[in-house]
Design a protein around this ligand. Structure first.
Ligand SMILES: *Cc1c(COP(=O)(O)O)cnc(C)c1O
Length: 354
């Protein structure tokens, strides 16, 4: 159990009015906790939201020893505030820390910290249909030192941002560009953990896709550029001839909590789910022979995002006439139903914030 000090702001900001965007408005407070070699993780506190002041030599600025998580707090129709599987974010942060040589934060402490911040900023959890409080925990290396090494000091921070519905005008399928030049991750690298460096390396490809008129990039594996891996910040599923297929996460694909939840729901509903390497040629061939039924991405921000078109080299596959398919829709309705408290949740999926 952390002993969290709470210092409330003397100057609460006005809450946003009108439609909410994503990730540009922040609540009144943030959570901070420091690490030093002699004290370990210490001084957990909720304080007024404010800039972080760091030495310009802090290791995070030079060698990107940094990582993050992404999750949401949802307001139910009855006004309660709840989190979706926060222990899974805590477990993933722990494995990310391990990969980046950052000392671990116990999962219970992580969940307690998230709950403490959300409880203080509870009035910032929006109530309109489809809105939520996006929560961004992150860890940075703070030691001032230009030698390449694991930092001896860190700061763990949580900020939160009231966010609008991802689909204000209804679910619009995305058009996706299959990237066969750049790669996101390679075996033995950091593709399976949530570190900022993965994103810095993906920006160029995203810009290329936008120039070509596509919303997002589908990554292929880094060795053969042949097997489908994931989309931007989403895992990816393909329904081919009745079987729902997705890439294994071992090593190069981020183990999404939405992905895991979809697999559990689909298996519970009796769909065959195959977690195995899937060559992009098989996807394009399925399109040609009419068995490519649905494609969708999964992630905390978008929940479930139907894919309407896949562009690979000179071929374009239009999926389900560019409309959301029935399994994609059922997953969307069920997951959001659970997250917003309209549907009963499987054991352990919902944590209430008091
Ligand atoms: C965060 C993330 C996902 C989705 O994970 P969720 O836990 O479902 O939000 C997928 N891919 C990448 C690269 C990510 O960073």
């Amino acid at each position: 159990m952390l002993k969290i000090k709470i210092e409330k702001t003397a100057h609460p900001k006005p809450k946003p009015t009108g439609p909410l965007g994503f990730g540009s408005v922040f609540t009144d407070h943030m959570f901070l906790m420091d690490y030093t070699a002699d004290k370990g993780w210490h001084d957990p506190r909720v304080v007024p939201y404010a800039p972080i002041v760091l030495d310009p030599a802090a290791l995070v600025f030079h060698y990107a020893q940094e990582c993050f998580e992404g999750m949401k707090a949802y307001r139910t129709a009855a006004g309660r505030v709840q989190l979706f599987r926060p222990d899974k974010n805590g477990e993933r942060l722990r494995s990310t820390h391990e990969r980046l040589c950052i000392p671990p934060i116990p999962v219970d402490d992580f969940v307690q910290a998230v709950k403490a911040l959300v409880a203080v900023d509870k009035d910032w959890v929006p109530a309109e249909e489809g809105t939520s409080l996006y929560i961004r925990p992150f860890t940075i290396a703070t030691e001032a030192q230009l030698g390449v090494k694991a930092s001896s000091a860190y700061q763990f921070c949580i900020i939160a941002s009231p966010s609008g519905s991802y689909y204000p005008t209804g679910i619009d399928p995305v058009r996706i560009y299959v990237e066969d030049e750049y790669v996101r991750a390679a075996p033995g690298g950091t593709g399976a953990v949530k570190c900022g460096g993965n994103y810095a390396a993906s920006l160029l490809s995203g810009e290329k896709a936008h120039r070509l008129g596509y919303g997002q990039v589908l990554w292929l594996d880094g060795v053969e550029r042949r097997y489908v891996e994931e989309v931007g910040s989403m895992n990816c599923f393909f329904k081919i001839g009745g079987v729902i297929r997705t890439a294994p996460t071992a090593g190069t694909v981020l183990p999404g909590i939405t992905r895991m939840s979809c697999i559990e729901l689909l298996e519970g509903w009796g769909y065959p789910v195959s977690v195995a390497p899937l060559p992009i040629e098989d996807v394009m061939r399925a399109d040609e022979d009419g068995t490519l039924e649905e494609v969708f991405g999964t992630g905390t921000a978008a929940v479930i995002s139907p894919v309407g078109e896949l562009k690979y080299r000179d071929r374009a596959a239009v999926i389900n006439g560019g409309r959301i398919g029935p399994v994609t829709q059922r997953l969307y309705d069920t997951l959001t139903g659970i997250q917003y408290g309209r549907l009963p949740a499987p054991q352990g999926w919902i944590t209430e914030v008091e």
